[in-house]
Write a protein that binds this ligand. Structure first.
Ligand SMILES: [Mg+2]
Length: 118
């Protein structure tokens, strides 16, 4: 199993995939975000009506569908980051740090409260 994702490689592959299909004309940020939202909903659909227990014990067939939609969401996010020239590594660092500040472990441990209610 690959442990490192080469984000630049995937951005380039997606860009070429779109280019040879002349899809660049459709890949503006608005359309990409909307498409990603649709894919998020397709992912959610796999879990709709399941109990928590069932969601933890999905069949191989169910997991194949989940994986496919996870990939769709991620591919659109990568394409969006390319079109908007956003550095994924940079925003992950920024947001991870911010979340750590908003949810200090000593306050947030075992709590599902939002940061402003801690
Ligand atoms: Mg899909």
């Amino acid at each position: 199993m690959t442990q490192v994702i080469n984000i630049s490689k995937w951005k380039k592959r997606l860009s070429e995939f779109a280019k040879i299909r002349d899809w660049g004309q459709f890949h503006n940020p608005k359309n990409l975000v909307m498409a990603m939202s649709v894919e998020c909903s397709e992912l959610v659909e796999h879990f709709q009506w399941l109990t928590s227990e069932q969601s933890l014990n999905m069949s191989e067939e169910q997991m194949e569908g989940v994986k496919e939609e996870m990939a769709d969401v991620l591919l659109y996010m990568l394409r969006l980051s390319d079109v908007l020239d956003v550095d994924i590594e940079e925003i992950l660092e920024m947001k991870f740090k911010r979340n750590g500040e908003k949810y200090p472990a000593e306050k947030a441990r075992g709590s599902m409260k939002k940061y402003d209610k801690l």
